[in-house]
Design a protein around this ligand. Structure first.
Ligand code: ADP
Ligand code: ZN
Ligand code: ZN
Length: 754
């Protein structure tokens, strides 16, 4: 193809820096995906000038009439912040033509089409009004009296002059409001060439006035930890700050950020998406003011593009508080990266590629800039703690909570025993009900944690045990009472609730299991006088709904907060005295080598919400296995012993941190063909890797969105050459997948899966 001329450029400066290109190449190399995949994840759509149709959810939509089935399918896929293309919607909803449903949703006001996208690249503008030229006072007076009979115009001009006295910029909106008149009157004055309307560029963010406060005085323990971190950074690039919940890690970060920016360095402060609340944003804003920019997926594309450009162009932005994708921003003088809640699995992107781990990638990014990394957590990941103990990372501990408040007391409730004695009349055990009652009487708050959303986890026939399943995925459906629908948690498809069993035709269907929705109902019955709120994926779809739930709870307007793991993330509440963990067994019975690690972290983190500020809190942990080793470690806050048992097991079974894993995922519409491709690939890989290759196996959910899935697992020694392993895998891929039978087979790699 002939080389074409460049007609014009959009900007007179490059929007991507050489450092970014180098880093993105590393991501594509290490995580075994295409460079295009990385570009797509890194650049906000607004900087990509895509011309495709995009659909957004209107978060404030309330249905006046029930939506049709297809409309529902589309509606529950949409997000208010993230654009969905029509192709994506059709794929996820399992529809061949989603356009009619999208159009009628737009007509009903439930969705927007292409909003935010057209003027994507340009800054946001606002209409303002000014005089066509400079006038003397005399001229102005003449002009006003000249308008003698046009009273409305006279009034408008007077209002303009009045506003303009204190304000160089008078917006059209403000002027019309102040003069209480219509745009037509303004048009008359524009026609007479007295006033003119022009555009001004404004920021998409409301910077407002913030009161800059100085950072808190650090307490003795914080002061000591801070000193140790500084010292550790003299020798190590990466340091772990292992500080119990509520020990005041944030204040230490603030001190380190101030140090870095006073040396003219930029700071990246990473948090898991879900922990990026207004609480933390406001705290940082009061200290860093307009030096702070926030970057995560709840901002739309234009807002993200603006932050990108600000970072590139103005020297003012020095602190970025962001979710995992913030590692792709155009930093110019990065000096420090803070990865808070470093243990969080959500730092790993699952789908689509690049399947990168933001914590690990951040360490590589810092290395390119010769910047330092601080990993912070109350429950270190096994990998990170291993690196700290082996001397690869520095290690600083903070074992006291701020103001010496004690860690919560953990009481284990044996639900098996209570069930045997027929005392479990609800998901809340009698001892938990008692404690909730006492807390309510003392006007203290309660958090109830259940790791499942929806109403019931299953609908089952009492007669023949039939349960409804998703027709696109190999899973049972969850009943959502609010929607009166069965929902697939893997693909989002919704189904009507059957009246009779489809197998034996008897009307004996019953709900099994408890989701947050059902718990909310039970709690309302048990404590009718309490104000109850629920926080899960279903109640936080709107742009502001998450913040509303949190701020109501902060202000003590909600007594009981029920939620999924969302309630465990980085929230700091002052009046929580009781935390109930309704079913710890859900967490322990997960088929994954990290299940215990995740359970330990989640229970400890949820528990950490209890007893902040004024006194020791109480955690009621319900389980049918009260003597389970993990329960014991959590109860005694014994991370060290927990770590010992975990590392022994992992060494024995060849898992991280002793071995590296690469998960190879083969998917296809045809089961036989998928199976066949997976076995051939496994066979080929085994020639090079021998016993390091496991599989092919069926994952617990072996079909999602109509695609059959087979997994192959590669376990390689930590010291193996990444370059060589990669080349070997790709060589076998090219030999096996050149077979045209496998044209329709999808293949991807998940390096260091979590
Ligand atoms: P962590 O992140 O370690 O769980 P936080 O940083 O949220 O802990 O701190 C817990 C609470 O203690 C917060 O309400 C915070 O404002 C308060 N706090 C921490 N350090 C100080 C300090 N030095 N002075 C005053 N308040 C502090
Ligand atoms: Zn039946
Ligand atoms: Zn499904």
């Amino acid at each position: 193809t002939p080389v074409k001329d460049i007609v014009s450029t959009l900007e007179d400066y490059p929007i991507v820096t050489p450092f970014q290109l180098k880093f993105w190449e590393w991501v594509s190399f290490y995580y075994m995906c295409s460079l295009g995949d990385v570009y797509r994840a890194a650049l906000p759509s607004a900087l990509k000038l895509e011309s495709e149709t995009h659909v957004f959810l209107n978060p404030d939509f309330e249905a006046a009439e029930p939506l049709t089935l297809n409309e529902q399918k589309v509606f529950y896929l949409l997000s208010p912040e993230k654009a969905s293309t029509i192709a994506e919607i059709e794929k996820r909803a399992g529809l061949t033509n989603a356009i009619p449903a999208i159009k009628s949703l737009a007509d009903k006001g439930a969705a927007y089409i292409n909003e935010n996208i057209q003027d994507a690249y340009s800054a946001k503008t606002l209409s303002a009004v000014r005089l066509t030229r400079a006038y003397t006072d005399d001229e102005l007076n003449d002009m006003l009296s000249g308008l003698g009979r046009a009273k409305k115009q006279q009034h408008l001009l007077t209002a303009f002059l009045h506003l303009n006295e204190n304000n160089p910029i008078v917006t059209k909106k403000q002027l019309l409001e102040d003069a209480d008149t219509s745009p037509a009157v303004l048009s008359e004055l524009v026609k007479k060439k007295t006033l003119e309307v022009y555009d001004i560029e404004i920021s998409r963010f409301d910077y407002g006035e913030t009161n800059i406060e100085s950072a808190c005085e650090l307490n003795t323990y914080q002061q000591q930890a801070y000193g140790e971190i500084i010292k550790s950074f003299e020798e190590q690039d990466t340091t772990l700050l292992y500080g119990v919940t509520s020990s005041g890690k944030t204040e230490i970060y603030i001190r380190l950020i101030s140090d870095a920016i006073s040396k003219g360095k930029q700071v990246l402060y990473l948090l898991p998406e879900i922990a990026l609340t207004t609480q933390i944003t406001n705290r940082l804003k009061t200290v860093f003011g307009n030096k702070l920019a926030v970057y995560h997926s709840r901002f739309n594309d234009n807002e993200r593009a603006e932050t990108w450009n600000r970072l590139l162009k103005d020297g003012e932005t020095q602190v970025i508080l962001g979710a995992r994708s913030a590692i792709f921003l155009p930093f110019t003088s990065l000096g420090l990266i803070i990865v808070d809640e470093e243990h969080e699995g959500s730092y790993k992107q699952q789908d689509p590629a690049p399947r990168y781990h933001a914590r690990n990638a951040a360490i590589v990014l810092a290395n390119m800039y010769k910047a330092k990394v601080l990993l912070g957590t109350a429950t270190p990941s096994i990998e990170t703690y291993h690196n700290a103990l082996s001397g690869r990372y520095g290690l600083v501990r903070l074992t006291k909570r701020h103001e010496d408040i004690e860690l919560p007391q953990i009481a284990v409730v044996n639900t098996k025993e209570l069930r045997r004695k027929k005392q479990m009349k609800s998901v809340l055990s009698p001892p938990l009900i008692e404690k909730v009652k006492e807390a309510l009487e003392k006007k203290e708050q309660i958090i109830l944690f259940q790791n499942r959303r929806g109403f019931a986890s299953l609908l089952e026939c009492k007669n023949c045990s039939w349960t409804p399943r998703c027709s696109h995925c190999d899973v049972c459906l969850t009943y959502h009472k609010g929607q009166r629908m069965l929902v697939c948690h893997y693909c989002g498809s919704t189904y009507r609730v059957p009246d009779v069993c489809e197998e034996c035709k008897t009307p004996t269907l019953e709900f099994l299991g408890y989701g947050t929705e059902r718990i909310e109902e039970e709690v309302n019955t048990l404590f009718p006088e309490a104000a109850v709120a629920r926080m899960d994926l279903d109640t936080t779809r709107g742009k502001k709904s998450y913040e509303h739930i949190i701020s109501r709870f902060e202000d003590n307007r909600t007594n009981i907060l029920i939620g999924t793991q969302m309630v465990s993330k980085g929230l700091d509440f002052g009046y929580v005295s009781v935390v109930g963990i309704l079913n710890a067994d859900n967490l322990l019975n997960y088929p994954d080598f990290r299940a215990y690690e995740k359970a330990f972290q989640l229970i400890t983190q949820v528990s950490g919400r209890a007893g902040r500020k004024n006194k020791q809190g109480l955690v009621m942990l319900q389980t049918a296995h009260p003597s389970h080793p993990v329960i014991n470690f959590v109860k005694h806050n014994d991370y060290e012993s927990f770590y010992q048992t975990q590392t022994e097991e992992r060494k024995l079974f060849r898992y991280p941190p002793f071995f590296r894993l690469i998960s190879i995922v083969v998917r296809g519409r045809d089961e036989k063909l998928t199976e066949n491709a997976a076995s051939q690939f496994t066979h080929a890989l085994r020639q090079s890797f021998g016993g390091r290759i496991l599989g092919p196996g069926k994952p617990p959910v072996s079909r999602i969105q109509s695609l059959y899935i087979r997994n192959i697992l590669l376990k390689i020694e930590n010291n193996a050459s990444i370059q060589k392993v990669r080349e070997t895998i790709l060589f076998h891929q090219s030999t096996v997948f050149t077979n045209t039978d496998f044209k329709a087979i999808l293949l991807h790699y998940d390096v260091d899966p979590v």
